[in-house]
Write a protein that binds this ligand. Structure first.
Ligand code: MG
Length: 163
């Protein structure tokens, strides 16, 4: 069996009048992510981690924000597209770990719903999906609640076809 790891990072501005999508669910908040797509910062970081694990470029290469096809795109669809791309090449997901950095709102009540959502998208058990949250101690753009950041790592594996 071959294994690879991948790392992903994303950030989005937080603005009023947008739903706050995180890990494929909507988190109640008075602000949401601004972006060309639905601005799900966590799914974007996970998507980039998957592409990174197999050295297939990044999310901007596959879904350019200059392409109207991806305007307001559902980030779950982008992630599923990449999961299928990896599967075609023989790779499946082992586990995923991530940290979301933001001041508000508290994510603890939403972590299990995010884990279930992400597990379904990655075709893995919920216990293979970890979602952690951290504040930025009121420092910088995250500290001023101007934006949200997500980091993700994934392990992908390629089972050998046998003898
Ligand atoms: Mg993004």
């Amino acid at each position: 069996m071959r294994i690879r790891t991948g790392f992903g990072y994303d950030s989005h501005r937080l603005v009023t009048g947008r739903p706050f999508l995180l890990g494929g669910i909507e988190v109640p908040h008075d602000k949401g992510g601004m972006g060309h797509s639905d601005a799900d910062v966590l799914l974007h970081a996970i998507t980039d981690a998957l592409l990174g694990a197999v050295a297939l470029g990044d999310i901007g290469l596959h879904f350019p924000d200059t392409d109207p096809a991806w305007k307001d795109a559902d980030s779950r669809k982008l992630l599923r597209h990449v999961v299928e791309l990896l599967r075609e090449k023989g790779w499946t997901v082992g586990n995923m770990d991530c940290t979301v950095v933001l001041e508000q709102p508290k994510l603890r009540p939403h972590v299990d719903a995010m884990r279930s959502s992400i597990a379904a998208l990655l075709d893995v058990e919920v216990d293979a999906v970890s979602v952690k949250a951290s504040t930025n101690e009121k420092m910088g753009f995250v500290g001023r609640e101007e934006g949200v950041v997500a980091y993700a790592v994934v392990l992908v594996k390629e089972e050998s076809a046998g003898p």
